[in-house]
Design a protein around this ligand. Structure first.
Ligand SMILES: Nc1ncnc2c1ncn2[C@@H]1O[C@H](COP(=O)(O)OP(=O)(O)O)[C@@H](O)[C@H]1O
Ligand SMILES: [Mg+2]
Length: 256
């Protein structure tokens, strides 16, 4: 039996609140429908919202896992994998954000090595600042997904980030413009963005996918792309997530 090895995708951004967590969960929903086995790693240590968004317990969080690894109490990874549905497991971010500074980034690779052969896909959520933990996640990723809101500051920071990628010769990223996060905001066009970034926008989550009562779904722990009502009423948006998910699976991800 061949050993399976998960593809690792990290969702990140260069400013806060662009829709990273929502996008990650929507992709998890699509992969789950494809019957892939998915692990979500919530590495947004300061404001990790995956467990809250999915209504799952976060007593066994990444801090607990790291602390057990550190003190040799760790026996197996299973107790730390919190189940959402048949296909999606989660390692939640910190229940108590005061522990964030105690997370030692050297354990990130250890944690990845314990899960990489158990899943088809690992989705990593991050904060927007480039700390050690995010850097390790980016480095371990087959593909990095940047979620842009597309305002001027966002675009300028993104342009800087792209020069960092060029310097590191790590060009395995996709740029996703999220037009769905706010209803009335005007956005730069794809060609404006191309002029600033000198780079194409790979995908646009259309305005059409703005979900008015998104908070209610979140309170109920619902993934939008798994919800029948949303699937019926927001097909155009759902199709984008399908397109991204399919492309990620096909891509010969050029991780070096
Ligand atoms: N498609 C959408 N429709 C309506 N609101 C959205 C949509 N996507 C994201 N949001 C809202 O935008 C805010 C930021 O989204 P979130 O995914 O938490 O961003 P990040 O993880 O980058 O901080 C949240 O309040 C979220 O509910
Ligand atoms: Mg988030």
């Amino acid at each position: 039996m061949g050993l399976k090895k998960a593809k690792v995708f990290t969702v990140t951004s260069v400013k806060g609140g662009t829709g990273k967590t929502t996008t990650l969960l929507n992709l998890a929903g699509i992969f789950s429908k494809m019957n892939k086995k998915i692990l979500i790693l919530d590495f947004d240590l300061y404001s990790g919202a995956i467990a809250l968004s999915l209504n799952i317990p976060n007593e066994q969080d990444i801090y607990q896992l790291m602390d057990d690894l550190n003190s040799n109490r760790f026996k197996m990874i299973d107790p730390y994998l919190v189940k959402y549905n048949e296909n999606i497991d989660v390692i939640p971010s910190l229940k108590d954000p005061r522990n964030a500074s105690k997370i030692n980034s050297k354990y990130i690779s250890v944690i990845l090595s314990k899960v990489i052969h158990r899943y088809d896909i690992i989705l990593i959520d991050t904060n927007y600042f480039l700390n050690d933990i995010t850097l390790i996640a980016l480095d371990a990723s087959d593909e990095i997904l940047y979620i842009l809101e597309g305002d001027p500051i966002d675009l300028k920071s993104m342009a800087t980030r792209l020069t960092i990628h060029k310097d590191m010769e790590k060009e395995n990223y996709k740029i996703i413009l999220n037009e769905a996060r706010t209803k009335d905001k005007e956005h730069f066009s794809k060609s404006d963005i191309k002029n600033v970034l000198k780079e194409n926008v790979d995908y646009v989550i259309p305005k059409h996918f703005y979900i008015k009562n998104i908070d209610k779904y979140m309170l109920d722990g619902i993934i939008l792309t798994l919800h029948k009502g949303i699937i019926n009423s927001h097909k155009k948006g759902i199709d984008i997530f399908k397109e991204i998910a399919n492309a990620l699976l096909k891509e010969k991800n050029d991780k070096k």
